[in-house]
Design a binder for this molecule. Structure first.
Ligand code: FAD
Length: 289
């Protein structure tokens, strides 16, 4: 029978947290903002033997180091929307986090918690992937870095190994990037039915922009669109028809689920419309998409 109560332990550092995870040998869970874990406990979907509270592990302010924007795992969502540094160097992240839950959720929920929870519609994971982030991970074997491309495996499952935690993320600073983020949601504070993130940076192959498109809510993890599907839009960046061609090919390549919120066809339709608009804006029009 699953445990009906659990031990509570507090970690003062990520090293402490890793040591406690080792001691509990797969039976413990990290408690960060608790905005996903506590509902799962309430619904009896998680039965940890212990909760390792990392709320005392300090989070520095978001900062630029060695050409990357560094965001510590324990940074609350609210900080991402208000930090001048995040707004200057990753404006798409500051914008998209405003769509995470409501003010109460953003006051408690953490950047690292959202990444580790790996909901395929989570705004933070989608934007981190679109921006080409790397995640700092600490575990029993020491620190390592995981690219966002390799991090999200499937629903609520990441590349974190047993006893590993996310300690921070590094995002390429991109004041010169053009970007756009749209999400479709039925009610304020709900998870997105579908989201589209587009980033176009100068300096891609053959004088073209380096274009990254990420879709949320259409698969078991955030989907980074294959470059091949973006070729029509890149071949003629001024052409709305070519943007439409790419967007429709992207939508057709997907096999989203049908659920209570939307049918698979409706999700494909949302992807086609919103991707076309964002591609057009990122590649053709003046100003931010
Ligand atoms: P917790 O709930 O504490 O932990 C979540 C999971 O991650 C647990 O398994 C925990 O063990 C693990 N974990 C936490 N931190 C780490 C770490 N550093 N290393 C390794 N593992 C770790 N999210 C959205 O993206 N979009 C939404 O629209 C949205 N709406 C919401 C609406 C409501 C009403 C609520 C309650 C939540 C909503 N959320 C939404 C979820 C919210 O963003 C959570 O804050 C986030 O998913 C998890 O962050 P947390 O810090 O609360 O993590």
């Amino acid at each position: 029978t699953p445990a009906t109560c659990f031990e509570y332990q507090r970690a003062e550092s990520w090293t402490d947290a890793v040591e406690l995870l080792r001691i509990w040998d797969g039976e413990a869970k990290i408690l960060a903002g608790g905005q996903s874990l506590v509902p799962m406990l309430n619904l009896r979907l998680a039965f940890p033997g212990a909760l390792i509270d990392v709320n005392s592990v300090p989070a520095g302010d978001p900062r630029v180091e060695d050409g990357s924007l560094v965001i510590d795992a324990n940074t609350r969502h609210r900080v991402l929307t208000s930090s001048e540094i995040v707004r200057a160097h990753a404006p798409m992240l500051a914008h998209a986090v405003r769509f995470v839950g409501n003010a109460r959720v953003r006051n408690r929920g953490t950047f690292g918690g959202s990444l580790a929870h790996a909901d395929p519609t989570a705004e933070i994971g989608c934007v981190a992937l679109a921006l080409g982030a790397e995640f700092d991970v600490l575990g029993p074997e020491g620190p390592r870095t995981v690219a966002a491309e390799d991090f999200f495996i499937t629903y609520l499952t990441t590349a974190l190994g047993p006893g590993e935690v996310v300690t921070a993320a590094r995002l390429p600073v991109g004041g010169d990037a053009r970007w756009g983020f749209h999400e479709v949601v039925r009610r304020y504070s709900d998870f997105a039915t579908v989201s589209v993130s587009v980033v176009a940076r100068p300096g891609g192959a053959g004088g073209q922009p380096d274009l990254r498109v990420v879709l949320g809510g259409v698969a078991d993890r955030p989907v980074l669109v294959d470059r091949e599907l973006l070729e029509p839009a890149l071949a003629d960046p001024g052409s709305p028809d070519r943007a439409r061609e790419s967007a429709e090919a992207i939508a057709a390549s997907l096999e989203p689920d049908t659920d209570l919120h939307a049918t698979a066809d409706y999700r494909r339709r949302l992807v086609a419309v919103h991707t076309r608009r964002l591609l057009q804006q990122a590649l053709c029009e003046e100003g931010t998409a």
